[in-house]
Design a protein around this ligand. Sequence first.
Ligand code: PLP
Length: 430
Amino acid sequence: MAQEKRKFGFETRMLHAGHIPDPVTGARAVPIYQTTSYVFEDTDKAAQLFELKQYGNIYTRINNPTTATFEERIASLENATGAVATASGMAAQMTTMMTLLEPGDEILSSAHLYGGTVTQFTHTFRKLGITVHFVDPTNIDDWAAAITPKTRALYGETIGNPKGSILDIEALADLAHAHKMPLIVDSTFATPYLCRPIDWGADLVVHSATKFLGGHGNSIAGVLLDSGKFDFSSYATIANPDPAYHGLKFYETFGHYGFLMKARAVTVRDTGAALSPFNAFLLIQGLETLSLRMERHVQNAQAIAQFLYDHPKVDWVAYAGLADNPYHALAQKYTPKGPGAIFTFGIKASNPRAAGKEFIESLHLFSHLANVGDARSLVIHPASTTHQQLSDEELAAGGVDAGMIRLSIGLETLEDLLWDLDQALQATSA
Ligand code: PLP
């Protein structure tokens, strides 16, 4: 087969997509272009770049060659038409919504979301005149019933935080398209190695690249991706003349690339939510080993979930890889290699809040911190940290059990992780 016709495999694209060796120096690794700006060839060329008549580097708040490699690589892995990298996962969500919506618009979202996203959607979006309604994601009829004439997008997480629920992406994409709106999926917990939402009909995908994509707990980053298939002609901010860009009609001018052009040339330009080239470099290093890391993450997670499930001191385990989990069938459809490496469990105890605290303090290998998706194993007890100000009743209303422990399973030797969990459980009072 001729080389140009070959569709390279996932692992090959993890290592090569978006980059050829540097033509001047021959550098094989992607260089870090740690520059704010780029010298123009002449004044005519400069004018063309500013008018978006020619694509090229202007200023690192808008584009950068190192960041461009990260964007092209993740777009290739997600089967997207392109990507725009951002300073954080929260910035990717903000960029997506500010590019898509007008004041008065509404979003219908799954309620099974990262807590920070719920806060951003509820309070910060309200200041922009955007209202978000939340729905229990498990029943598609509940979604359909909650759509109003103002709903402009459906939103959910591939693997929902913290319950580990699996989103029925295909059914939601059909529902969204029947109402001529896009489905936006946060696929942070899955990564494109475990699930590619665009293959199931999602239109826009966002990630906190801070987690498994970077994979080493060293950089805050985000990215938004477009399938290139959604017809944005009824979305005024993308289809109508844009006063923020001398009347340019992004959708008419750039077609399937219009949403991303607007996101980059207007939203990121004006919010300043750009990724630093150094962090883009670290993310590229992460992507190069994504499949190997994710394979080990899910292998360790499955074994640990089963170990805890069988442990006499454990009350419950919420991992969709377990056969009796309510999301097991959806996990087999959407994440057949394994439903991620982040899950929660509860300890059997008369005082679950105190038991959770005691358990965390007895661990040696797991790091107690507020992050997930690191190469190292992580743990948090929401009732004594992120949710400590809430009563047991308030915790229950928010879906957080007082004894709930969240684990993010890393790449350490499995037997060492099992040893650490077991000794901490033994040290915890019933
Ligand atoms: N989405 C999910 C599922 C997350 O877990 C997080 C952070 O924990 C975010 C988005 C926000 O990402 P960031 O912390 O990179 O802004």
